[in-house]
Design a protein around this ligand. Structure first.
Ligand code: HEM
Ligand code: HEM
Length: 181
């Protein structure tokens, strides 16, 4: 079985990582919004730990994903797309990758600067490299929040674009990520 992307489709590895990460990230946004609305105490702090663990998993997965993308680049966009649409698609994808990296990084900084711990699924603790700084902590929390909101909007546009390809342009862009060949 060919695990790589081909000239006209995404391979099984890229597709598996895309859909697992999509599910985790959409859940993380919902969880982030929900947990911050709860009163202090349990289950709030348990959900914070879950959010931080899943967010750390996203960080590992995005590094694997970017490495795999270098080994086997994505198929080119359909020739029928205008250069403006291609540029918009590439920019959108780069922004999605940027958010997938900066959210875990600012999340980690939150924990470190806030003087908290980061226990990954209760299995091990990630060392906290920065000492407590409440002022900087508040700024990084705000940054994490706004990147999270930005990512939510980006995902809505991304899903809209995928549906437009399928329902209006009638090309294979959605199918090559859903089913491959
Ligand atoms: C792709 C990964 C991530 C996404 C999409 C994400 C998304 C979000 C969202 C949408 C919120 C709610 C913001 C608000 O309304 O206040 C939030 C809050 C939070 N996130 Fe993340 N996050 C991610 C990764 C992480 C990681 C790795 C950590 C820590 C190691 C983390 C720590 C936190 C904390 C502590 C809060 C609560 C901040 C507060 O109390 O206002 N996040 N996140
Ligand atoms: C229901 C939700 C989603 C649908 C229907 C969807 C659909 C797609 C499709 C059809 C492509 C292929 C585009 C192409 O062929 O050029 C794609 C690529 C991509 N998607 Fe999604 N997606 C979803 C959720 C997400 C989420 C939540 C993220 C990340 C936050 C994401 C990040 C990406 C990235 C970065 C690419 C570019 C892959 C590459 O070529 O490197 N997607 N998506």
């Amino acid at each position: 079985m060919n695990l790589r992307n081909t000239d006209h489709s995404y391979g099984p590895v890229t597709r598996a990582i895309h859909w697992w990460m999509a599910a985790i990230i959409i859940s993380l946004i919902g969880l982030g919004l929900y947990m911050t609305s709860l009163p202090d105490g349990d289950p709030k702090w348990e959900l914070y730990d879950l959010h931080k663990s899943l967010g750390s998993l996203v960080f590992v997965l995005v590094l694997i994903r970017l490495a795999w993308r270098r080994i086997t680049p994505p198929p080119p966009l359909p020739a029928a797309m205008s250069s403006f649409d291609k540029l918009a698609a590439h920019t959108g994808h780069m922004l999605l990758y940027a958010a997938m990296i900066t959210l875990p990084v600012t999340g980690y900084l939150d924990s470190s600067l806030g003087g908290y711990h980061l226990s990954v699924f209760g299995l091990f603790d990630v060392p906290m490299l920065f000492s407590e700084d409440k002022e900087l902590f508040e700024q990084v929390v705000t940054l994490h929040r706004w990147i999270g909101y930005g990512l939510a909007l980006l995902i809505i546009a991304h899903i809209g674009a995928a549906l437009k390809h399928h329902l209006i342009d009638h090309d294979r862009v959605l199918m090559r990520m859903l089913r491959g060949q």
